[in-house]
Design a protein around this ligand. Structure first.
Ligand code: AMP
Ligand code: MG
Length: 485
């Protein structure tokens, strides 16, 4: 198919077939003096938009909600959600406006003004948080972790008040669904069971078409969501990602990483790492994530109970832990270059995490360095990361002795190849994003461009970006971020 010019785009709006209580039709409020910061050419290609269009004024207008292709019928979605454990019956897109779909891809402008669900908010997103979402969703995609994507990001001259005055921006987010666990909770809590069923059918049609026509289809839907959610958790844990706000309204029904806020990649390995400043109790700490996801699945199960047997869904949830552990094991074995399975593997993996935490070792750097480690080879590069205290380093030696034993019969070329393909050279740590944002706020977007490149191909080596592959500077390690965005 030929690529489309912007004036050839025809948007569709399948979500609007659902009950009109679950959305508000609302038009975007464009930003003042918008300008393009970055466009994701791969996403444009997926959407079949002609590359030549991406540098035009019309494209900026499109991202700003000021140019409406045929079929535009914009709306904000309503949902509910458990926020920090407490049920909030009515939430919704307070600043994200859906403009329509191209094929299965639903486009949404985040920061495009107030909606019925804005409560006291201004419907805007600031440059800082928009750059974080834009780069980080691409980084997750580069790491092969399911996520929503972004087509582009624009900045503007519009003032937005947060703790200080900032500038407004918009990211055009793209996803195969924007339905959240909380969308189901909304209908269930309102007693709107007919609409709940229609939502479930819609989600199955859009994201789980292989389930259509199956017996007990809603139980099967729950089963699938359980499996893909446990897999997502295993992927987050294996790369050291903390989401920061795992409320049920931030849990995608399609197992995608969604709603990037105060997230963080681990600097030094730390099980109890908490990246969200407002999370005083550490509910959403790094190590808690798999169990929080299970708790969130329980909320989804309750919301689905008018459609599917509670008994069956409870049985499904009983195997969550087992499936999660199996996935973690799968991803970690790839990262460690292990073949087959040996009874001691889970202990080898867990003890590595404990050792890394005790020695304050940068997780990403350690795994990448280990990828170059030869059986019974030189350990200097590994010992150089983290604490240099001799008695502590003994525990790294002990662990490496066990690792040596485990890998002795594994082909060394194959192992290295596998490890380099599964241990990123780069992850977008918060200190890197901060540096790019500081420059962007004074009008220099070159670091956004650079970080986008390494986000896209985090397993590649870029000599010019070597500094981004080093340990996080001490002053920036494991810092908390505010939710304000
Ligand atoms: P989040 O923590 O970003 O997932 O946001 C929680 C809820 O608050 C969502 O329903 C958002 O749409 C809404 N929200 C966040 N910031 C704003 C804002 N500046 N204006 C209006 N609504 C907002
Ligand atoms: Mg959210």
């Amino acid at each position: 198919m030929d690529c489309m010019k912007l004036n050839e785009i025809k948007l569709t709006n399948p979500y609007l077939q659902l009950d009109d209580d679950c959305y508000e039709k609302v038009a975007p409020t464009p930003l003042d003096k918008p300008y393009l910061i970055h466009v994701n050419k791969d996403v444009a290609k997926t959407l079949n938009i002609d590359e030549e269009e991406l540098q035009t004024d019309t494209f900026v207008k499109f991202l700003n909600g000021a140019y409406s292709p045929e079929g535009t019928d914009s709306f904000a979605m309503c949902y509910a959600g458990h926020q920090f454990g407490h049920f909030v019956p009515r939430l919704g897109d307070g600043r994200a406006i859906n403009i329509g779909s191209i094929d299965k891809w639903q486009l949404q402008l985040k920061g495009a003004g107030v909606t019925e669900y804005s409560r006291n908010g201004d419907g805007r997103a600031v440059l800082r948080s928009s750059i974080r979402e834009y780069l980080m969703s691409e980084a997750m995609h580069g790491l092969k972790i399911p996520t929503t994507l972004c087509l582009g990001i624009i900045g503007s001259d519009e003032d937005v008040r947060r703790e200080r005055m900032e500038k407004g921006a918009i990211v055009c987010r793209v996803s195969s669904t924007w339905v959240r666990f909380g969308t189901f909770e909304y209908y269930a809590s309102q007693g709107m069971f007919k609409e709940l069923e229609a939502l479930a059918d819609y989600v199955i049609g859009e994201n789980f078409p292989h389930l259509q026509g199956k017996n007990d289809v809603y139980t099967m839907l729950f089963n699938e969501v359980m499996v893909i959610t446990s897999r997502l958790m295993a992927q987050w844990m294996s790369v050291g990602f903390t989401h920061g706000v795992m409320n049920t309204d931030n849990m995608s029904i399609a197992g995608l990483t969604i709603d990037y806020g105060p997230f963080a990649f681990l600097d030094d390995f730390k099980h109890e790492n908490v990246c969200n400043h407002t999370d005083v109790e550490g509910r959403y700490s790094f190590a808690n994530q798999p169990q929080v996801a299970k708790w969130n699945l329980q909320r989804l199960m309750q919301a689905l109970s008018p459609l599917a047997s509670m008994d069956k869904m409870e049985k499904i949830l009983l195997i969550y832990d087992k499936i999660y552990i199996r996935y973690v094991h799968y991803y970690m074995c790839k990262k460690l270059g292990l073949e087959g399975t040996v009874e001691e593997d889970p202990a080898l993996i867990d003890d590595m995490f404990d050792m890394l935490e005790m020695l304050h070792v940068d997780y990403t750097l350690f795994m990448r360095t280990l990828s170059h480690y030869e059986h019974k080879g030189d350990r200097t590069a590994l010992l150089d990361i983290g604490t240099h205290h001799e008695s502590m380093q003994k525990s790294m030696h002990n662990w490496l002795d066990r690792y040596d034993e485990r890998i002795q019969y594994i082909d060394k070329t194959e192992r290295k190849k596998q490890m380099l393909a599964n241990n990123p050279k780069y992850v977008l740590k918060n200190y890197m994003l901060k540096e790019a944002i500081d420059a962007a706020e004074s009008g220099d977007f070159s670091l956004v461009d650079d970080l986008f490149k390494i986000a896209q191909n985090p397993f590649e080596e870029y000599p010019e970006f070597e500094r981004w592959a080093k340990e996080t500077p001490d002053a920036y390690k494991n810092k908390k971020l505010s939710c304000s965005s």
